[in-house]
Design a protein around this ligand. Structure first.
Ligand SMILES: [Zn+2]
Length: 252
């Protein structure tokens, strides 16, 4: 058993949220019971995840996408009321870490995605150094963008949307999980021959064709499934509590 405060200190110590400018508060977003025996991790603090955590008799939830974001109007109505009501009624602590969870060099979303894809980072790029740049961990290359897209599809079990860049082998690969299509231009500037992220917007297809750098969108959720369980499992082990990752499927 651990206290909710010990958990907060462990997450903060590992992820160092004070180093980031973020879109919402990192750390303990909703306070629950003082003592925690079991923590559930997931990608998003959706109602489905909260209900599954209640079913698993969890005292705490650890997520990448919490409840509160800059730009919300602050009203506790509709889905927000429902999610908060469940957390408060069951006295469950909600911990959320956004950019600090993307960035952690070993346990974060980018590092854990790289592990699944067999990539090794040797550089960072983009705003707040959130973009990772590297190559295959076996030193090899992909014959062309389609081969890389097929590899990502097989590793993640999801279809990948790929806009091919210049023909030829791909060695230098940039990646940034989630909705990081805005990092494409800094990936190009950093020397990537392909860029992998979760989502694609209209401009990136043109940048890919015009700059000769492949763009791969493999799903926001699909690219961010690995950081939260890695961090929560690590801290749970450290504090001697139970941990379980609950996947709430999301086609996005
Ligand atoms: Zn995200």
């Amino acid at each position: 058993m651990a206290t909710a405060q010990q958990l907060l200190q462990a997450f903060d110590g590992l992820l160092q949220p004070e180093r980031f400018k973020d879109y919402g508060p990192n750390g303990l977003q909703v306070e629950g019971k003082a003592e925690v025996r079991r923590i559930v991790s997931g990608v998003t603090a959706s109602r489905a995840l909260i209900e599954a955590a209640i079913g698993a008799q969890a005292d705490a939830i650890f997520v990448h996408h919490g409840l509160f974001w800059r730009g919300q109007d602050g009203r506790v109505t509709g889905w927000m009321k429902q999610r908060l009501a469940l957390l408060l009624a069951h006295d469950i602590n909600l911990y959320a870490y956004h950019l600090p969870l993307d960035a952690h060099p070993v346990l974060g979303n980018n590092a854990q995605l790289a592990l699944r894809l067999g990539l090794a980072a040797d550089a960072r790029f983009g705003e707040q150094d959130l973009g990772f740049l590297g190559q295959r961990d076996d030193g090899g290359s992909f014959d062309h963008a389609r081969a890389l897209a097929l590899h990502v599809e097989q590793a993640l079990g999801r279809p990948v949307r790929c806009v091919e860049g210049a023909p030829g082998a791909i060695r230098r690969i940039g990646w940034c999980t989630g909705g990081a299509q805005g990092y494409f231009e800094s990936a190009i500037a950093a020397g990537a021959q392909a860029f992998i992220t979760g989502e694609m917007s209209e401009p990136q297809a043109h940048y890919a064709r015009e700059c000769g750098v492949a763009f791969l969108a493999c799903g926001h959720h699909a690219s961010e499934r690995y950081g939260a369980p890695a961090v929560a499992a690590h801290v749970a082990r450290q504090l001697g509590i139970e941990h379980k990752f609950i996947e709430i499927d999301n086609p996005a």
